[in-house]
Ligand binder design. Structure first.
Ligand SMILES: C[S@@+](CC[C@H](N)C(=O)[O-])C[C@H]1O[C@@H](n2cnc3c(N)ncnc32)[C@H](O)[C@@H]1O
Length: 283
């Protein structure tokens, strides 16, 4: 069973076949928007895992090419990757093998995780929970397979007003100007959207996710608005300048990501949610 609004795993098999490097950040020495977002995200989870993970057995649900698990496998976590896309898992497995990292790759549905209760110290998902209209089932399943005291961790890109919504005005103007200059008049009147058309993202709020986590049996649940810098459509020189400014602001970025203020929840482009499984949860 899958309540993923983009349908069954065929959508994702096609996606990973067409975009095998889609979720990998660039390896340029020059700072880039996606490279810096990746660094800020992994630093954030390193800090949360360092503070709350009770052990090193980690499950990533909806792992795709397993870039997050690969990072934590390099830091000594024993990673199991679950995804219902065989193609995503195949790419992840190749990447693990090329670095000689140990890891288990399991084809399965996050709504029905094929592991017994109380198995993992950390259960993580990135870019997955927002794909479901009813997020209770995946969160209950992720919590079920956690050991008591284990860490639930998720990040996602919500459908909401954020600094990225405002940045879409700039992106639309730049794309229109470029298309006009190339004589592509039909494309010039198209508005760029975030998330793009055809990519389902639920309307759940941060409060909805936090409440669902509590009901599933998690305590000390923290929900945060993260990622303060929007993607912009800039010419190459301005793009390099923007990335250098972002890099200089990394210490502030780190504080932003951990802040629990209302304005960072509004401004942030992504959500990060974590919590600890209560001892008393019935499996
Ligand atoms: C946006 S990608 C994120 C991949 C990876 N976590 C990352 O951050 O690069 C979403 C992934 O979730 C997987 N997925 C979606 N619905 C799923 C389900 N019901 N069960 C298991 N995996 C699922 C897709 O196959 C895809 O690989």
């Amino acid at each position: 069973m899958s309540n993923n609004q983009m349908g069954d795993n065929q959508w994702w098999n096609d996606f990973w076949t067409k975009n095998p490097g889609a979720s990998e950040s660039s390896k340029n020495h020059e700072p880039t928007w996606d490279g810096l977002c990746w660094i800020a995200q992994t630093q954030f989870w390193e800090e949360v895992f360092g503070q709350f993970a009770s052990g090193r057995e980690m499950l990533e649900c909806g792992s795709g090419t397993a870039r997050v698990s690969r990072h934590f496998a390099r830091h000594g976590f024993n990673c199991t990757m679950l995804d219902y896309s065989e193609e995503g898992l195949r790419l992840g497995q190749n990447a693990f093998q090329s670095e000689k990292l140990p890891g288990r790759f399991i084809v399965g549905d996050i709504n029905n995780i094929p592991f017994p209760a109380n198995t993992f110290d950390v259960v993580f998902s990135g870019g997955v929970l927002e794909l479901f209209d009813n997020v209770s089932r995946p969160i209950q399943e992720m919590t079920r397979v956690l050991k008591p005291g284990g860490l639930f961790a998720a990040n996602l890109v919500p459908r909401k007003l954020s600094i990225q919504t405002i940045a879409e005005c700039e992106r639309t103007l730049v794309h229109s100007a470029r298309n006009l200059a190339r004589g592509r008049f039909r494309d010039a009147v198209r508005v760029t959207r975030f998330p793009p058309d055809g990519y389902y993202i639920s309307r759940a709020t941060l409060a909805d996710y936090v409440e669902t986590c509590r009901r599933a049996g998690l305590e000390s649940v923290v929900g945060l608005g993260t990622s303060p810098f929007p993607a912009l459509a800039l010419p190459a020189a301005a793009r390099r300048f923007y990335a250098r400014r972002m890099k200089a602001l990394m210490p502030w970025w780190r504080r932003f990501n951990h802040s629990q203020s209302k304005w960072t929840e509004w401004w942030g482009i992504t959500y990060a949610i974590y919590g600890i499984k209560r001892d008393s949860v019935k499996s």
